[in-house]
Design a protein around this ligand. Sequence first.
Ligand SMILES: Cc1cc2nc3c(=O)[nH]c(=O)nc-3n(C[C@H](O)[C@H](O)[C@H](O)COP(=O)(O)OP(=O)(O)OC[C@H]3O[C@@H](n4cnc5c(N)ncnc54)[C@H](O)[C@@H]3O)c2cc1C
Ligand code: SF4
Ligand code: SF4
Length: 595
Amino acid sequence: MDPEDIYDVVIAGGGPGGLSCAIHAARRGLKVLVLERGEAIGDKNASGCALSPKCWRDLDFMERLFAEVPHRVGRVAAMHFIDEKRQETGSVSYASSKRFAPYPIAGEFLTVNVYRSQFDGWLEKLAREAGATVRTSSLVTAISNPPDAVVDGVQYKRVEVNESRSFFAPVVVGADGAFSAVGKAAGLSDRWRNEDLSIMVTIDFEADPARIDEFFGDESLHYYYGANFPIGYVFFNRDGFHVGLGHYIKWFIDQKVNPVAVLDELLATPAVQRVIKIAGGKPREFHAHVLPFVARPGRLHGDGFMVLGDAAGLICPLEAEGVYYAMLAGKLAAGVAADAKASGDFSDATMSRFGRMVKDSPIGREFTMGEVWKEFIDTVPFNVDAATWLVQLLPDAMYAAINVAEPHAETVEVRARDRAMALARLVYPKIKKVIAKPAVAILDEFLRYYIDKLNLSIIMKPLLESTRGIREKIIQQVLDDWLGKRAPETVYHGTPQPLPSRLAVVPGLDVRPMIHVKPSSRPVIRHLEHRCTACGHCVTVCPARLWASRDGRIRLEEGHALWCMECGSCFQACPSSAIEIAYPLNGEGIAYKHG
Ligand SMILES: Cc1cc2nc3c(=O)[nH]c(=O)nc-3n(C[C@H](O)[C@H](O)[C@H](O)COP(=O)(O)OP(=O)(O)OC[C@H]3O[C@@H](n4cnc5c(N)ncnc54)[C@H](O)[C@@H]3O)c2cc1C
Ligand code: SF4
Ligand code: SF4
């Protein structure tokens, strides 16, 4: 081992998780190496990159962002409801609240939106300032424990880069995204389930910042809940905006629709068109990236290994927020690596502290309700059939409460109860999984008021605490009996047309001119024809439409290297292991500039 190639910690992946880990580990005095496969930091990454206030609360370096990174503050979010005919049926919006903010900066904004190329590049600068070494164009291709790399009884891992060069460290951190080489080498992750991995497709539009300021200001987050597409978004940035959506790989396979066909439908929606036109947006770049949505992350550590961020599935399963979770986990992993160095113990027992710290942190707190969030997202935002009637519900609820078609006294005294009951009966089955906890919390508040008033705190408060679970069950049962067992209203329920027939028939946007690839000198994707059963899943899911079925056989387009975005969707979707993916070496391949 050449001493120059020996580090205290090697971090695979120069995204937010890896770079936060590098910043914190270098600050603790460790010799740190970050290996990033992109030619430039950020090249391989696409994201909404709407950063939550939690980043500022828990990561001290974030206070420099406002002065150093182009950004747009998102203070107001709007949710638009779109029906099957692409008409907007209503919308709600809200702003960050100074009165209810849990800490001061949370009252200032909902998110701050940045581009990955600029944000990740800035994190790289901070990591270098802290003393870390960052090597780009460096794909981690293998990790091993060579017998001749044992120093003072400590096993150093050999981290091979671009199948040629090697580096050594007793700890390797896997911050290398959804298809993690480190996770695989450590035996911590292999394949995702198709119902846990989503394909996200996005178009970045260029727009004049002054025009965005004038017409949208800090109303920077627009969501579209529609009957013809899974929940979509427009996120404004400093000089442009992303229009995007995503869903599980399984969903695209089941629906037999291509992700870009669904994105086309979102783009064909007049409400979205209006935003594009008002902002003067010009399509600039197309992105495709996968994102895990799991209810519970798996194991995060092994002997001399830690994995974090997307590599470990640490993404909020409700809102797909991942940058904060990756950066916070990076900070925690750095602390464990520093303690391991101090003790000279790099065993799984030491690394397991990382698992416990994550569990006790806001990351673990988010996942205590992971199953509920995942069920909710599957039932509502990701459920286009439910949307066919849910998007009519809000305007109907508004109409039921206030209209000029009758005297208001009639609305309030005669019709309000029936309308409220009809709506409650409709909504209840969809939200029953998430209603009991907040209902009991509200009821407790009411009971506590009277307990205090009657001076019964000593007896009643412990009773209240110990019976929370039982009361949740009782409330669920009462609501089930009262609302759930009554026949639901049929007024909203026609049978929705199958999704493919609801999609836009306008000529699809040609995404290929918006894909910027430095072709790889070796194939990224290989089709093992002898294993192929011609199921067509790769044809369905590939956002660049590089697969085609001809004469009953499946073909990968010649010259696919010009457009392959390395998203891995075809590889993930193939049930027969007939597709191999090998990321390009030496920084070749996709290079996003507005990801
Ligand atoms: C379309 C989309 C929208 C999103 N919107 C938001 C949002 O608005 N807010 C939010 O907080 N989160 C959002 N997320 C999620 C968020 O982007 C991720 O959770 C976050 O980037 C995870 O950070 P990471 O560092 O773990 O991984 P990544 O950002 O994926 O970084 C991994 C890095 O590792 C590198 N790498 C991979 N393999 C290797 C290897 N073998 N060797 C060397 N380098 C390697 C990659 O090139 C990459 O730079 C979104 C995600 C997508 C796809
Ligand atoms: S060929 Fe596979 S990896 Fe490449 S863009 Fe298509 S789905 Fe993604
Ligand atoms: S390569 Fe895989 S996904 Fe594509 S058709 Fe063949 S078996 Fe199906």
